[in-house]
Design a protein around this ligand. Structure first.
Ligand SMILES: C[S@@+](CC[C@H](N)C(=O)[O-])C[C@H]1O[C@@H](n2cnc3c(N)ncnc32)[C@H](O)[C@@H]1O
Length: 312
């Protein structure tokens, strides 16, 4: 049986090495992927993952559950990839198709969000997108910060650590996501108790938000989950101050249980972005592992993208 220690020279903290041991025990085929992942992640990032796992355990989620959450994403994504290769389309096309078995299914959504948080460290493309956020998020800017679809809450927590915003708002359509975000903030950032608000609602229904008042707007891995991503982007442009920091991530040809909007190329996506009152300041286009962007597009393989955007 392979263990985490056989895959890297790095000294792994206990939670991370036990998590990986369980993952490999359950899914030995994941060995080469994990080996590359451990190559890519820094010691500091591994320590952050370790602290995240410690937090999850303090909330009653033991490491076998966390490993199962991660493997649920791996397994579900693989199944959706097979569907996509055969049909050249995502399985689902509308919010109604996925709401019941994803956003409103608390057990599934909890696993999904815990698993997704782990992918932020173990999936090289996800790690690179997170690094862009850490590198570019403003450090000395006050005002209002908005996170659309915080999910597991890790990036909202990170924003509190990095920046000096006065108020943070997280809006998410899933009760499980709102709960997880609340728990991570309470655990890691108790001193921010009076500086944030979490709202359970569809972002597009948040009509009360004031136009032109947000200093930062973040929307990680949400656009591919919605029926009208252009409407989301236009609303971001409307809410942002003229010089706001705007960070958005999404994906191309990347099937998942709840991805409903499909772009087939970065051009197609970027044309959409540029038509919504936003322009691309810093693009990060991450092809499928071992392929170029062009090869990934031609073979309809997953591409991850992150952008720092600005208002036109
Ligand atoms: C894949 S998770 C992304 C979590 C995190 N932002 C990240 O980058 O890893 C997508 C999140 O968006 C939320 N979401 C989906 N549609 C939404 C909508 N219309 N309004 C608000 N939140 C939404 C989901 O409930 C989920 O928590």
């Amino acid at each position: 049986m392979t263990s985490a220690a056989d895959l890297t020279q790095k000294t792994l903290p206990d939670n991370v090495s036990t998590l990986i041991d369980i993952i490999l025990d359950e899914n030995p085929m994941h060995k080469s992927f994990i080996t590359k992942a451990l190559d890519h992640v820094t010691d500091e990032e591994i320590d952050i993952l370790d602290r995240y796992l410690e937090f999850c355990q303090s909330k009653g989620q033991n490491l076998p559950y966390m490993a199962d959450s991660y493997l649920t994403i791996v397994g579900d994504t693989f199944r959706e990839q097979l569907y996509f290769m055969k049909h050249k389309e995502y399985r689902h096309k509308s919010y109604a198709d996925v709401a019941g078995h994803v956003y409103d299914d608390k057990d599934y959504m909890n696993k999904y969000m815990y698993g997704l948080a782990i992918t932020s460290f173990l999936w090289p493309n996800h790690l690179d997108m997170g690094r862009l956020f850490v590198e570019t998020a403003p450090r000395d800017r006050g005002g209002k910060y908005l996170d659309i679809g915080p999910g597991h809450g890790y990036y909202l927590m990170k924003a509190m650590e990095l920046g000096s915003f006065d108020h943070f708002l997280g809006i998410d359509i899933s009760p499980a996501s709102i709960e997880q975000t609340g728990a991570i903030l309470e655990h890691f950032k108790p001193e921010f108790k009076d500086k944030y608000e979490l709202r359970l609602m569809d972002f597009l229904e948040a009509k009360e938000l004031e136009a032109g008042t947000y200093d930062a707007i973040i929307m990680g891995e949400v656009l591919e989950h919605v029926e009208q991503p252009d409407v989301f982007l236009k609303r971001i442009a409307e809410l942002a101050k003229d010089d706001a920091y705007i960070y958005v991530t999404t994906c191309i040809n990347a099937p998942a249980v709840d991805h409903i909007f499909l772009w087939r190329s970065t051009d197609e996506l970027e044309k959409m972005i540029e038509g919504t009152g936003l322009k691309i300041k810093t693009p990060l286009r991450l092809p499928y592992e071992g392929k170029t962007l062009e090869e990934s597009q031609a073979a309809e393989l997953s591409i991850n993208v992150a952008y720092v955007l600005e208002k036109v």
